[in-house]
Structures are given as C-alpha cells and as structure tokens.
Design a protein around this ligand. Structure first.
Ligand code: HEM
Length: 120
C-alpha cells in the first residue's frame, strides 16, 4: 500500500480548510500582524492558503495563487512577524488535535519558504 501523504494524515482539504479558517481568526486578532490584512479579500486568502498547504503537503490540489516571493514582495515582513504567523498556524493545528509529528511537518514545510517571505 502506498504511504499516506502528509495531506492525507491531516485529513485532506476540508480539514485543512477548517485549520486555515481558525488560523486567520488568530491572525486577525493579533495587532502585530493584522494590519497587513486590512484590505485583503479574506475569503480568497483562505481559499489560496488552503490550496497552498494542501499542495505542499502532497495533496492532489492545484495552488492558483502567486508564488511566495511575489505574494509578499514589498511588504517588508520581519522574522518576528513570520514567527508570530507560524505560531498561529501551530495553535490552529493544535486546536484540531493534529498530532505533534504532523504539526512539525507542516511547520517545517512552511519554514522552508521563510526566505521568500521575510524581507521580500
Ligand atoms: C508563515 C508562512 C506564510 C505562508 C505559507 C503564506 C502564504 C500565503 C499565500 C498562499 C498567500 C496568497 C497569495 C495569493 O493569493 O496569490 C499569501 C498572501 C498574503 N500573505 Fe502570506 N504567508 C505566510 C506568511 C505571511 C506573513 C508573516 C505575513 C505578514 C505578516 C503575510 C501576509 C500576507 C498578505 C498581506 C497576503 C495578501 C496579499 C494580497 O492579496 O495582496 N504572510 N500568503
């Protein structure tokens, strides 16, 4: 039997979407970072983030947004802000009882884009 992808272990796209919605709830409550999202269409943001996480975790999902560098270009995002956002994602995963191994794997995947996001 083929090994399950991380996407499968997370419960697939619907589970990932639920985590992403919870995640942006935390982001919008955090004054350190919520200003970035003031004029952002959050419905589209949830849709693109769900696609993005689904595809980088090995799911059969096409990500239709901009690449990470282009998406964050000119924002001047700091390491502190990046870490705050990553922590909100970790908390949202915990809220849905995603086990530590899978949580760390998602965070590692996201961290691999840090250089494209911070200071872009
Ligand atoms: C933790 C890793 C991160 C990932 C995986 C990520 C992922 C994404 C994705 C997939 C999009 C959608 C791009 C599109 O629709 O074309 C996006 C847009 C955006 N991200 Fe991030 N992001 C991360 C960190 C951050 C941080 C730290 C900030 C700010 C503090 C931030 C602010 C934004 C904003 C404001 C947009 C909307 C751009 C727009 O629609 O004009 N992101 N991000």
């Amino acid at each position: 039997m083929p090994e399950q992808t991380l996407y499968d272990r997370l419960g697939g796209e619907d589970s990932i979407e639920a985590v992403v919605k919870q995640f942006y709830g935390y982001v919008m409550d955090d004054d350190l970072v919520n200003g970035y999202f003031e004029d952002v269409d959050m419905q589209q943001q949830v849709a693109h983030q769900t696609q993005f996480i689904s595809s980088v975790t090995g799911g059969p999902v096409e990500y239709t947004g901009a690449d990470m560098r282009a998406a964050h270009e000119g924002m001047g995002i700091t390491t502190e802000e990046f870490d705050a956002i990553a922590k909100h994602l970790d908390t949202a995963l915990k809220d849905f009882d995603v086990p530590e191994t899978e949580r760390e794997a998602v965070l590692d995947e996201v961290a691999s884009y840090e250089d494209d996001i911070v200071g872009a």
